[in-house]
Design a binder for this molecule. Sequence first.
Ligand code: CP
Length: 324
Amino acid sequence: KRHLISAADLTRDDAVLILDTAEEMARVADRPIKKLPTLRGRTVVNLFFEDSTRTRISFEAAAKRLSADVINFSAKGSSVSKGESLKDTALTLEAMGADAVVIRHGASGAPYRLATSGWIDGAVVNAGDGTHEHPTQALLDAFTMRRRLVGADSGLGRDLEGRRITIVGDILHSRVARSNVHLLNTLGAHVTLVAPPTLVPVGVEQWPCEVSYGLDEVLSKSDAVMMLRVQRERMNAAYFPTEREYSRRYGLDGDRMAKMPEHAVVMHPGPMVRGMEITAEVADSDRCTAVEQVANGVSIRMAVLYLLLGGYESAAPSRTEENK
Ligand code: CP
């Protein structure tokens, strides 16, 4: 059975196949009818135990563009609030014939549990679990970097080789950072993490990246700078950094952005807290890819659903299929 639980599980060939398939899927968005019949008759369940704007909506858009039926489940307003377990929720979805379950959960490891439990038969896709991983975010980030830094028709594969990516902010609580470190390393990029010492995870020296405590030193050497939100909801209030101190040392404003090479881009997975980790001037500048990342997320999630549920044998939708 095939699942997508962790970016660390992806080989270079897997990652490149997904990125290349996403390029094919992006062409569907440019057509007057933005749909392929590939997953007609299949059911995708979005199972969200934590809040989401971008990931939930883009998985829904992706599944619908592939003609799948979509069921959206949000823990808020469900029987989870009455004490129903993940197991019983999963068995309910299985009874409804889910072919794929896209799960976001506050507990690191919940998607792995679902994939290995035998409670459901379908493919499991991790849409963010606790502070562990968010693999489709890393894939859409790599897709965006590849398009911005190299170009869409670049021959693909090894094109992030040697690129220097800086990830800044609350690394401790960031599943986005962890997935990006794994995937970018697999694709041959060099990653530097920048964070206050209190927001660096224990054991980071085992990660395939460098760590720096000063932002100004690394900006001029970065091809992409990815800003992360400080996740106050996962912190004890006593450890909140003050907004002014944090943005003074780790926020990206226009002056700092000017230190980046001309070709370098600013990325943010969202949600952004303007005035904290990024100023409005930077967020709204042409160099910031935040909105592009959201659009690219639909293509990546189409590729993932397509490869997991239908199309692994042939990576690209056939011309006949495209014309249906
Ligand atoms: N980037 C991201 O995961 O955003 P959401 O929490 O809105 O899905």
